[in-house]
Design a protein around this ligand. Structure first.
Ligand code: F6R
Length: 612
């Protein structure tokens, strides 16, 4: 949510900032802006409403803005409508302090009132302008010392922020500060970079520093100096990023989403390989011992959106294989419910970005209550990865499309590996069954590839659904978990209303929405529930629904009921989500393409939801 890029060094800043912002556009795309300064000259600010393209045109791809030091921003509006005035960077009245911000300042009204009383005037409706002017106020009060000005402002600000600031008196220098919003700093050959996320600067450097919560940094002359809230210098070591720069490019695909869908066999394989040693699951890199796995009496899974759907699927798998009670919660609900938590419980927080505000808050709550925490996270060094007691890294690589696909698939793999290992050490499965489950897991990448090789049928069917008004996804048990994700993929990028329903629940109200021609997609990968779901599909058909079935090869009698069927290879039934979700991702993608929509950047959404 909102992307920040900053640069100070030997090259022209604006083209680097625009290039970095283009990699962060998934974080927000309602407006964008740059502030660049050339030596002692005054800072020049250019902003544009709409996609980054508008800003690039306005600045001749950055060439119209000379200067080697600058800050840039792409916005996802929180306070104030998307407009050029509300776009960042924001500036103090005399242009003394210029800044960009990601996050939400909760007490901005109180701070604004204070500044109004001190004679400040405001031109925008943003909380960022308040932050910039607050820093300006302390800057004037504390003898023009940027670090003191920023730390005094940090003490007053409530909420979350990643801030990048330039001061007119300090040419060539950028100051940054952060609390609960992501930010990394890169250094290479005397140049310094700041970004909200790794892909923005991957082309320029792999040496990054993670700036901690309530810390600040000064970037100047190719070096970074870190400070704590008291303004004292602190030491930090850089980390090497292993992602390659090509991973953040489209590589010939029309959209990042399609590319990422096709990367799933490799992402799944890599994640699996990271914990497979000599034919067994080895969780030593995760840091969980056998004794710990035996000791937990309850698992809580907490996440948002698709990561929550992974949690729902893993609940079935953990309960089934390891006979362990599991409770799955939306992070935004978990954090505000005062429920008793089992002190022997393990709290698993699933998050691609590792920065989702509600998931991070849920993790902190669980830690505060003394429970052991495990993050299943994709972005190395992200807040959840750093704060959880243990981390299972998914190896999906950078995920750029707003709608998740490969991160979702790798999160499932992490969940399966935990479930299988839990099951073995708790004596719920034999060694033979354990080996069998692992062999089935190892077949998944090839099976996913097989589904992708046959995507034309789904493309053809999806193109015919572009005018659908409502789509219902129904299934029981794990098939319900699959339906949840299929439905989200459909609605978030095609804007077609869709709902996922536990198939048995439909007749308790929702079936009244079924009309002539309503598309109902039945998911049937669980043999015990197959006939029951078929019956529910028939109930819909009797009321006019048009049926699609999604099942495994062999279940050909579904064609007696459904008008169109997609088959996926057979696997261990508890791993079926990994295969059945692929056609549903493709469905969502191709419907969106058929409607001519911006697949990678759906309206109103942003990747990495760093506000509550
Ligand atoms: C949907 C999607 C979102 C995310 C959710 C959590 O396609 O991508 O629902 O799954 O915002 O994000 P992370 O995993 O970064 O915590």
């Amino acid at each position: 949510m909102c992307g920040i890029v900053s640069y100070t060094g030997h090259s022209q800043a604006a083209p680097i900032l625009l290039d970095g912002l283009s990699k962060l556009e998934y974080r927000g795309y309602d407006s964008a802006g740059l502030a660049v300064r050339n030596g002692e000259n005054k800072t020049r600010i250019v902003k544009a409403k709409g996609r980054l393209k508008a800003l690039a045109e306005k600045t001749d791809n950055g060439h119209a803005l000379a200067g080697t030091c600058g800050i840039g921003h792409t916005r996802w509006a929180t306070h104030g409508e998307p407009s050029e005035t509300n776009a960042h960077p924001h500036t103090s009245d005399n242009g003394n302090v210029v800044g960009v911000h990601n996050g939400i300042i909760e007490n901005y009204q109180e701070l604004k009132n204070k500044l109004l009383r001190k004679g400040y005037e405001f031109y925008s409706s943003t909380d960022t302008e308040v932050a910039v002017k607050l820093i300006d106020y302390y800057y004037k009060k504390y003898e023009h010392t940027p670090v003191d000005a920023i730390n005094h402002a940090m003490v007053r600000i409530r909420g979350s922020y990643a801030l990048a600031i330039m001061f007119q008196d300090y040419p060539g220098e950028i100051y940054v500060a952060r609390k609960d919003s992501p930010m990394i700093i890169g250094v290479e050959n005397g140049d310094c970079y700041v970004a909200s996320d790794v892909p923005a600067i991957l082309k320029y450097t792999r040496n990054v520093y993670y700036i901690g919560n309530l810390e600040m940094a000064r970037l100047a002359n190719g070096t970074v100096t870190f400070y704590n809230l008291d303004g004292d210098e602190i030491e930090k070591k850089p980390t090497q990023i292993k992602w390659d720069a090509e991973a953040a490019e489209k590589a010939g695909y029309e959209h990042f989403m399609l590319k990422e869908i096709h990367e799933q066999p490799k992402a799944v394989q890599d994640t699996l390989n990271s914990v497979l040693k000599d034919g067994a699951i080895d969780l030593s890199s995760v840091g969980l011992t056998e004794e710990e796995l035996q000791s937990f009496s309850q698992v809580y899974i907490v996440a948002c959106g698709s990561a929550y759907h992974v949690g729902v699927a893993c609940q079935y798998v953990l309960e089934d294989l390891a006979q362990l009670p599991v409770r799955v919660d939306l992070a935004s609900e978990f954090r505000y419910r005062s429920m008793p938590l089992d002190p022997n419980g393990l709290v698993i927080v699933i998050s691609q970005s590792g920065e989702t505000a509600d998931s991070l808050a849920a993790l902190r709550l669980a830690k505060k209550k003394g429970l052991k925490t495990l993050g299943i996270v994709n972005v190395v060094g992200s807040s959840i990865a750093r704060e959880a007691d243990n981390v299972f890294y998914t190896l999906a690589g950078p995920e750029i499309a707003v709608a998740t696909t490969k991160a979702y698939s790798t999160q499932l793999i992490a969940g399966y590996c935990l479930a299988v290992q839990f099951a073995l050490v708790r004596g719920c499965i034999s060694k033979g069954r354990y080996q069998d489950l692992i062999s089935q897991l190892q077949c998944l990448p090839e099976q996913i590839q097989k589904i992708l090789d046959d995507k034309e049928r789904i493309q053809w069917f999806a193109a015919k659904q572009a005018n659908a008004r409502d789509v219902f996804f129904i299934g029981r048990g794990l098939d319900y978990a699959i339906s949840l994700e299929g439905s989200l993929k459909m609605k978030e990028i095609s804007y077609i209303h869709s709902e996922a329903y536990a198939a048995g629940e439909l007749k308790h109200g929702t079936i009244s929405l079924i009309e002539d021609g309503t598309l109902v997609i039945g998911v049937l990968t669980q043999s015990e529930l197959y006939e029951k779901t078929i019956s529910n599909m028939v109930e819909c058909k009797s009321r006019g629904a048009y049926l699609m079935g999604l099942t495994t090869y062999g279940n050909y009698n579904i064609e007696d009921t459904a008008s169109f069927t997609v088959y996926v290879p057979k696997t261990e039934e508890c791993f079926a989500t990994s295969l059945a979700v692929i056609p549903l991702q493709l469905m969502g993608y191709y419907v969106s393409v058929a409607k001519g929509l911006d697949v990678d950047k759906p309206r109103n959404l942003a990747k990495s939801v760093t506000v509550e």
